[in-house]
Design a protein around this ligand. Structure first.
Ligand code: SF4
Ligand code: SF4
Length: 328
C-alpha cells in the first residue's frame, strides 16, 4: 500500500545532533564541525535543550544523531532524559560501529528504534562510499540490535554511484530482520557536492520499484516524494510543520537544506530557545515560487527542468514530504 505522508501539524520532530565527531568520512556527509560546533553537547545541556523543545502534550519525536552519536559517552543518559521528559518516540541514527557498548547500555523501552546507515548491498561498494569496515560493522550491529529486541531500520542514501544496488537491498534487509527501510536522496551539500545526482526518471522508476519490492518482502519503506505531480499541492515544512534541527553550537534550523548556511531561525542561549532577528531561513519559507521548494531552487537549481518559455516542468516537493509503502 502506498501513501504520501503529509507533515503532521501537531507533532513536533526534533533532530538533535549531539556531536559532530565521526569515525568515518562518508562521501556525502553534510556535517561540518566548523559550522555546527566542535564540542559535544553535555548531558546537562542536552537535558535543558530537550526540555525547552518538548511539546506540551509530551508527544514529540526525537532523533539522536551526529556525527556518530554513539561516540558520545552520555548518549544513553540523553535518551533516558528524553524519555523522562515525555518524548513519544526516540530513534538513534548510527553508522553501525556502536561505540561505548551502546546497545547494551539502553533497552528497547528507552530507545524505540535504532537506524543504521548502509549505502550498498556489497561491502566493496558500501565501503568505497562510507569507509573501510563500515559494511561489516553495520551488519554486525543490525544483527545484535535485532537479537536484543530493538526495532531496526536502515537508511540508504541514493546517488548515481549506488542506484543500481538498491534493488538487491530488500532481500538483505529481510534476512537481517530489519523492520523499516528509509531511502533518501543525496543533495548537493557537504562532501556530497561532488556526487552524482539522480534524475527524475531514475528516481521514480528505480526507487519506486525497489520500494515496492521491499514492501512486498514485508518491510515498511519511506522515501522522499521529491517531485510533485500536476495539481498536487506544495507545502513548505519550515512554515507548516514543527521540525527542529539542533546542532551542538546551539544553532537550531527549521529546514534541513538551510543547515550549511548561518540562516538558522533560532538559537539556544543558555537553556532557552530564542528566535533570531533579521534575515533568517523564515524569510525563505514565506516565498512562493513556481519551482516549489525555495531552498532546492537556490542550492541545486540544476535539479529542475524548464520548458522553452521558462516554466518549470514540475514542482520539487519539500524534502520532508515522504511516500510510504507498507506490506499489504
Ligand atoms: S557516518 Fe554519518 S556523520 Fe559520519 S561521516 Fe558518514 S554521514 Fe557523516
Ligand atoms: S526543504 Fe524547501 S520546502 Fe522543505 S522546509 Fe526547506 S525550504 Fe521549505
Amino acid at each position: 500500500m502506498k501513501r504520501t505522508v503529509a507533515f503532521e501539524k501537531n507533532a513536533r520532530n526534533i533532530f538533535f545532533h549531539v556531536l559532530t565527531q565521526c569515525n568515518l568520512s562518508c562521501r556525502h556527509c553534510y556535517v561540518d564541525p566548523c559550522r555546527h560546533g566542535k564540542k559535544p553537547v553535555s548531558l546537562e545541556t542536552a537535558r535543558a535543550w530537550l526540555s525547552a523543545l518538548s511539546s506540551p502534550g509530551g508527544t514529540g519525536n526525537l532523533v539522536l544523531l551526529g556525527g556518530e552519536p554513539t561516540l558520545h559517552p552520555d548518549l544513553p543518559g540523553i535518551a533516558r532524559a528524553a524519555r523522562k521528559l515525555g518524548y513519544g518516540s526516540i530513534t538513534v541514527d548510527t553508522n553501525g560501529f556502536l561505540f561505548h557498548d551502546f546497545l547494551h547500555r539502553v533497552t528497547p523501552a528507552e530507545v524505540d528504534a535504532v537506524s543504521f546507515s548502509m549505502d550498498s548491498p556489497t561491502a566493496r561498494e558500501n565501503d568505497a562510499l562510507r569507509g573501510p569496515g563500515a559494511f561489516d560493522a553495520c551488519v554486525k550491529g543490525i544483527r545484535e540490535a535485532v537479537r536484543l529486541g530493538f526495532s531496526v531500520s536502515v537508511i540508504y542514501t541514493v546517488s548515481g554511484a549506488n542506484l543500481t544496488g538498491l534493488s538487491a537491498m530488500p532481500a538483505i534487509l529481510t534476512e537481517l530482520g530489519v523492520d523499516r527501510f528509509f531511502i533518501q536522496v543525496i543533495g548537493l551539500r557537504g562532501r556530497g557536492a561532488g556526487a552524482v545526482q539522480v534524475g527524475r526518471w531514475d528516481w521514480e522508476g528505480l526507487v519506486s520499484a525497489a520500494a515496492l519490492s521491499a514492501a512486498k518482502s514485508g518491510l515498511t519503506v519511506l522515501y522522499p516524494k521529491v517531485y510533485l505531480d500536476e495539481g498536487e499541492p506544495f507545502s513548505c515544512a519550515g512554515r507548516d510543520a514543527e521540525n527542529y534541527f539542533v546542532f551542538p553550537n546551539g544553532r537550531v534550523y527549521r529546514c534541513p537544506l538551510c543547515e550549511d548556511y548561518p540562516v538558522h531561525a533560532h538559537r539556544f542561549q543558555g537553556g532557552r530557545l530564542i528566535d533570531r532577528p533579521g534575515i533568517t531561513e523564515r524569510r525563505l519559507f514565506e516565498l512562493t515560487i513556481p519551482e516549489g521548494c525555495v531552498m532546492n531552487r537556490l542550492v541545486q537549481p540544476g535539479s529542475i527542468d524548464y520548458d522553452a518559455s521558462g516554466k518549470p516542468l514540475f514542482k520539487v516537493a519539500c524534502c520532508m514530504l515522504k511516500e510510504e509503502m507498507s506490506p499489504g
